[in-house]
Every structure is written in structure tokens, then in C-alpha cells.
Design a protein around this ligand. Sequence first.
Ligand SMILES: [Zn+2]
Ligand SMILES: [Zn+2]
Length: 295
Amino acid sequence: MSGRLVLLGSKGGPALRPGGPWPTSTLLELGGRTIVVDCGLGVTRGLVDAGSSLKTLDLIFITHLHSDHVLELGPLIHTAWTAGLASPVRIYGPPGTGHYWQCFCRALEFDIEIRIVDEGRPDIRTLVTVEEFAEGPVLDEHGLTVAALRVDHPPVTDCFALRFEHDGRSVVFSSDTAFFPPLAGFAKEADILVHEAMLESGVERLVARTGNGARLREHLFASHSLAEEAGRIARDANVRRLVLTHLIPADDPAVGEADWIAAVRKTWSGDLTIARDGLVVGLSGAKAASGEETA
Ligand SMILES: [Zn+2]
Ligand SMILES: [Zn+2]
């Protein structure tokens, strides 16, 4: 069965700038399932614009609890609920995800209670279950398997790459990570590797214009991967396509797609997609889907 990947939000970090891209979230349609991977700000808007009905929300995976990956998790489910969601939703996330969800429901208690009474909606708190996972197998259901690998994203320790497989198709998400060679084994022969990436020259400019520059620079280089490092993982894993996302910087007018391509081509000569909000990557293994960008 074919599927598709939609890059809903393609920037790294929580900041928004005029006309710029949204933080991280991705829609994966695989094996007839609707899977959301990470819920940065803008995920709800992105799903609706991608033509995905919020009422069919099914599986949500959170790779780690940085806000650019989890901020809109509660608002997404709540908005789906007010749009008529009546079927169960399962959230898979690292330890702490249950706490987030409970606190969100408490914060929205007034609205939740009033809509149950006033609009006759099912209780959102019983529609949603949270499964906190660790490294290893996460899910095996109707031919869909999901596995997690702990990656290197200090100071966050519970940060996981995810591998989704169904009927011979596989998609791997690096999550946020410094260059992490074990990821190549985890992503072996995947159809698509979605890897985070920084552009070195762009990061230096970003650091130069930021107040807390030295500290930011130290964090970025200790916790994230350069585009050419993502290319090395893709090459060592022998994946069919590399998709660069969680781009840092993502909103510097001096940085264009050609700069990303030049950096990653130092290490990766295979199929390549540089993410943009709303970009669709087909998973049929055959022809490129409409709107797909190849470089
Ligand atoms: Zn991030
Ligand atoms: Zn992070």
C-alpha cells in the first residue's frame, strides 16, 4: 500500500517570524493509518491544510518534550474533539507525556466540562490514552510496527528516533540529535529518512544576531546535526531518500535551498528533499507525488 509524508512544520526551534515556517510536525499516512509525528505550533492548521480530517486523528507520536515538538499536542486533540472526534486517540511519547496531557486537561477543565454538558460530547479524557515508551519496540498492530532508538540530544535524555514500517515500506525520523552513528543501523534501507539539519554558515549568522549567542552556539553544536552529517547517516544507512527538516536556520533570507543542497551533497548523492511547510513526499516507491520536490 502506498502512503505519503507531509512536512507540516519544517523549522527547528519554537520562534516564529513574519512569513516564516512553523515548528516541527509531520503527517505520515502509512498502511491506511493517519500518524502525526511531533506537534509543534501550527500542527492543527497544517493537518487541515493537508486535507486530513481532524475527526480521523488516530496515532500521535512525540519524539521528545521540547516545546517545538509538543506545544500544540493538547490544542490539536482539543480542536479535533470540538470538530467531532468520537473515536479513541492514542498518544505515544517519552516519560512526562502523560503529565503534559493531564495538566492540559486540567487547564481546559472549564471548557471541557461545559462542552460535555452543553454539546453532548464524549469526555475527551476517556477518548485519549497516553502510552509512554522507552527504547525498543513501541507498537505492533495490523501490520504496522514502530520502534524507538534513543538519540543524542543533550540535555534531553528521553529523545527518540522512530522507525515506522508497514508492508515493506519504512520511514525513519531522526528526531533532534547530534551526529549519531547508531542511527544509520536503525534507519537501514529505509524508504525515507527524515533527518534534522543545521547549515553551518547560517548558524554562525544566527548566533551573531542573537543576544545569548555563545550559549546558543554551544547548545546547537552539541545537540544537533549539520546537513553533511545527516547525509553521512543517510549514506551509511543506504536509504532511498533523505528528507532534511527541522532546519536551522529556517528563516534567514540569505539561506536558500541551494545552500542546503550544496552542504548535503558533500556526503549524500541519492534522492534528496529539503523540507518546506506543506511539502508532500510520496511513499509509493514509484513516481513522485504532485508537489514533491526532488534535488
Ligand atoms: Zn527541536
Ligand atoms: Zn529538541
